[in-house]
Write a protein that binds this ligand. Structure first.
Ligand code: BGC
Length: 421
């Protein structure tokens, strides 16, 4: 049976209400209601913990079968979903897709967002444990900061799936569902190498700078290493030059993947190393929130008039608009809708008492690629078996085919894309 989740998804208001989340359901509870967490007084935090992604605007799919087309099997069981923040666009989509998938399969869902605050995520998860959820799906804010609370989950007999970001130093994690994170970075590096035709550069040299992600996010080094492994040979050869000299992860990392942090760092780089007219040819940015900051810095502080190659990841709405407008060159798209499908099918198998392995992939009939990896992701207690989906390069030239045609985004009459779901 083929399953596709090209569902005509969800809250079409997603684009407009990105940071407000969309809709809510009774089954969904934020941290304040589900965990009694002492969530902060700030309205942003309140917003994070009380609003949730929509499922009511419902998935429908005329020509496809999705997980939601299966007979409901949840049997009243409850899934606790802990997402990092609504302030980074993709997690709104993840929460929305996950909630929709699980609810359509007959589960109750408690969905929390923790305002990018690790202490709040601990509280939120404690609340989900106290609510006796049957399984936890957790995208960690700080992968190193959840071992204690997840050991509590383990003691309570609640299985845990690490979602998108590996959670370190706890054997409470049964599985990891993500994309091939190293390949995300590799695609960015290969893109730059191809755009600059580095293999045929001869004596020509190009200037490049790097911006990586949050050191607390285990994914961030995978992305950085993927790109660096492709580009380092050209740096070693002298074809690529890094005027700032910042080539180590720790030098280029961006706390919390924050746009304005990335912008300020890049403004400093431009002021210090490029104000004399030095040309910047490429800026490798690990994701779209950092690419947005780098693009803003280039707009405000770069003296040159060449088109700087800028990479990204996620297909955030503002970045796709920048790609349409020629301000960002590419993004690596990860179909998080499919990540939610894998998570649902894995969770169901676990709750049925199975011990999922690579056969889950053949049994499930997904019509997207996914590999079962038992070597890449060691969280300090051993390798966590991982289901890894495949990322895709998106540029101005293929965005219709990759994003609009499959139903992930709609396109308005000005040519800009808006996420669905
Ligand atoms: C995700 C990326 C995302 C980043 C910031 C990472 O863990 O894999 O898709 O851009 O977090 O939200």
């Amino acid at each position: 049976m083929k399953k596709r989740i090209v569902s005509t998804l969800l809250c079409t208001a997603m684009a407009a209400s990105l940071f407000a989340g969309c809709g809510s359901t009774a089954a969904t509870s934020g941290s304040s209601s589900s965990s009694g967490s002492s969530s902060s007084a700030s309205s942003a935090a309140k917003e994070e913990s009380t609003s949730s992604a929509s499922s009511e605007a419902a998935t429908e799919s005329a020509d496809t079968q999705s997980s939601s087309a299966k007979p409901a099997s949840g049997g009243g069981q409850t899934i606790g979903i802990s997402m990092p923040t609504k302030s980074l666009e993709r997690w709104n989509r993840d929460g929305s897709y996950l909630q929709d998938q699980f609810e359509k399969a007959g589960y109750k869902v408690e969905l929390t967002y923790s305002d990018n605050k690790s202490a709040q995520q601990n509280n939120d998860i404690e609340g989900l444990i106290a609510d006796k959820v049957d399984l936890l799906v957790v995208a960690a804010i700080d992968g190193e900061a959840l071992s204690q609370v997840l050991n509590e989950a383990k003691d309570a007999g609640i299985p845990v799936i690490a979602y998108d970001r590996l959670i370190m130093n706890t054997d409470a994690i049964s599985y990891y569902v993500s994309f091939d994170n190293y390949t995300v970075g590799k695609l960015q590096g290969e893109f730059v190498a191809k755009q600059l035709d580095l293999d045929n550069a001869g004596d020509k040299t190009y200037n490049i700078e790097f911006t990586a992600g949050d050191p607390a996010d285990n994914n961030a080094t995978f992305f950085f290493n993927g790109a660096m492994d492709v580009l380092k040979p050209y740096i070693d050869k002298g074809t690529l030059k890094v005027p700032s000299g910042q080539t180590e992860f720790d030098q280029v990392a961006t706390a919390q993947w924050d746009t304005s942090t990335a912008m300020k760092r890049f403004q400093n780089i431009l002021g210090s190393y490029y104000s004399d007219g030095t040309q910047l040819d490429a800026a490798v940015c690990s994701n779209d929130s950092t690419a947005l900051g780098v693009t803003q810095a280039i707009e405000s502080d770069y003296a040159g008039d060449n088109n700087v190659i800028i990479t990204g990841q996620d297909g955030d709405e503002a970045n796709l608009a920048n790609i349409v407008d020629g301000k960002q060159t590419m993004t690596v798209y990860k179909a998080v809708a499919n990540e939610a499908v894998v998570t649902l099918d894995l969770a169901e198998a676990m709750l049925n008492g199975e011990k999922p392995d690579d056969s889950l992939i053949s049994k499930s009939g997904w019509d997207f690629d996914c590999s079962y990896d038992t070597s890449s992701y060691d969280n300090g207690t051993g390798v966590i078996p991982s289901y890894l989906l495949v990322p895709t390069v998106v540029t101005k030239d293929n965005m219709d085919k990759e994003l609009v045609d499959p139903g992930y985004y709609t396109k308005d009459d000005k040519g800009y894309l808006h996420p669905v779901g």
